[in-house]
Design a binder for this molecule. Structure first.
Ligand code: SAM
Length: 486
């Protein structure tokens, strides 16, 4: 068990996230107390032990996967890949009776076919077992016991064990989704970027299946990111310490508290609100979030002041263009007329129509909604908010990191000796490249291709599929005595 025992000495982990959320994730990791934090492209590395790995999986809202590298080597062709993967002692990693699954991502390398990389990795693992035991372990497309991640960038191959298994955006509270649900990790990262801390009232006036309000409530009430989730891949590892994980869970769950503000969710679609209500009940949050069927322009906020965070339809299709301009124009009018004293944050990938909001943005953050480059735009609303006609700020694409985020995030990890290596990379590289199920647009999800037992490939089920949560929906979630600790 040499590979797994390295934990005791502390070892490196890579936590993956979406482009644009790396620094938010670094701050989350700093807050759970890990060391050696380094920001990389679409991820953060840290040094820690098994308990840190459990904590990162359970607590980090902007983490997609927590990877434990077990081999790093150079590869320029498939023969080298096969031989070097075969040198890893796979019988220390998993048993013959366990199933496994491989995800491969390749960037700027001589080996450039991801499915072939996955296939050759699988061959090397299977052949090693077969040569040693006369038998082979089997690949599972879904619910595999062990998930293996192969990442090749500029001919450097990193083979990791994926401790999360299913992507951590699968929180476990969603039982249904309407059109275009936003990814839970992105929703949570957006809320964190606004700096909202659960004190001011929160509105999502185009809530769809309620992802944004649910993530807001979880953040404000300190409900751990994976509180509703039942399974992580590390539970299948030979060194799984159930007692230690229970301790991590218990400590985090004790921090849960009551809401100190009101959260309002609404949508014009009755169907979407019906779905949202089911998700809220499943999360036990149906008494915490006020939900209704309303058109945005009919909402009259109860108090002066608060925050709106929402993702309107993007309307990319030709036939929707006129309609979508009117919608964005209407958003600007409603914000101006009814939400004076508020701040509003809108994510859209349609910058052409975003201009029709007609208000002056005070910040624009580049984020990726799946593969779609998007802007998360802030408007500060006050009596007589300015029209943005010919406003150079709409043309200014300089990113937020130079502005708001650095200034607002006072508890920043930078003060704690964190290195940022993200700048080393060329910005025009793989940022747009969707490589995992969580990166793909859900409303067009054609399924992620995974390697099959018989070397064929098959589609993953749609992400809209209900998660099996096992959660009773009775709202019992343990102690909520404390006030939120943000
Ligand atoms: C992209 S979806 C939001 C998805 C949501 N964030 C989620 O995670 O499920 C946009 C939503 O805006 C709603 N919508 C569009 N126009 C609206 C309006 N004028 N007033 C209220 N809701 C509207 C649609 O019904 C749709 O549910």
């Amino acid at each position: 068990m040499a590979l797994l025992q390295e934990y005791n000495m502390g070892m490196d982990f890579t936590v993956k996230t979406f482009a644009g959320l790396e620094e938010v994730l670094a701050t989350e990791l700093m807050n759970i107390g890990v060391s050696g934090i380094q920001v990389i492209k679409r991820g953060v590395q840290f040094r820690g032990g098994k308990e840190d790995m459990y904590r990162a999986n359970y607590l980090c809202r902007t983490a997609l996967r927590v990877l434990r590298p077990i081999g790093v080597f150079e590869v320029t062709d498939d023969v080298q890949l096969y031989e070097k993967v075969k040198k890893i002692d796979w019988q220390e990693v998993f048993r013959l009776d366990q199933t496994f699954n491989i995800n491969a991502h390749v960037f700027h390398s001589q080996l450039d076919h991801e499915q072939y990389v996955a296939l050759r990795t699988k061959d090397a693992i299977v052949d090693q077992f077969r040569e040693a035991t006369g038998k082979r372990p089997w690949v599972a497309k879904e619910d595999a016991d062990v998930y293996i991640d192969v990442h090749i960038s500029q001919d450097v191959c990193t083979v990791s064990l994926d401790s999360s298994g299913e992507s951590l955006h699968k929180r476990g509270y969603r039982i249904d989704a309407d059109k275009a649900p936003i990814n839970e990790v992105l929703a949570s990262g957006m809320i964190k970027l606004t700096g909202w801390n659960g004190e001011k009232d929160f509105y999502d006036p185009m809530c769809g299946s309620a992802t944004i309000p649910i993530e807001a409530a979880m953040l404000a009430m300190n409900i751990p990111a994976a509180h509703y989730r039942k399974h992580f891949s590390f539970m299948n590892w030979a060194d799984y310490d159930e007692g230690l994980f229970k301790k991590v869970k218990k400590e985090a769950d004790l921090e849960m508290g009551e809401l100190a503000c009101r959260i309002f969710a609404s949508d014009r679609s009755e169907k979407a609100v019906g779905i949202a209500k089911r998700n809220l009940r499943n999360a036990g949050l149906h008494k915490d979030i006020d939900i209704s069927v309303s058109y945005f322009d009919s909402i009259q906020p109860e108090d002066k002041g608060g925050i709106l965070v929402f993702n309107p339809p993007y309307g990319k299709r030709m036939e929707e263009r006129g309609e979508i301009r009117d919608l964005y124009r209407g958003i600007g009018d409603a914000l101006k007329q009814s939400f004076s004293g508020f701040e509003a944050w809108i994510i859209t990938s349609n910058m052409d129509v975003a201009k029709f909001i007609g208000l002056r943005p005070s910040a624009k953050i580049v984020l990726y909604n799946g593969p779609l480059e998007s802007r998360f735009i802030k408007f500060e609303l006050y009596e007589g908010s300015k029209k943005a006609k010919n406003n150079p700020q709409w043309e200014d694409e300089s990113d937020y990191r130079k502005k708001d985020y650095k200034r607002e995030d006072k508890g920043d990890y930078r003060k704690k000796n964190v290195k940022n290596t993200a700048g080393k990379f060329n910005r025009n590289d793989d940022r747009k490249k969707p490589d995992r199920e969580e990166d793909k647009p859900r409303w067009k999800d054609k399924g992620d291709r995974k390697i099959d037992n018989d070397n064929s490939y098959s589609r993953r089920p749609s992400l809209g599929k209900p998660e099996k949560t096992g959660y009773t929906g009775d709202g019992k979630r343990g102690s909520r005595k404390k006030r939120p600790r943000i």
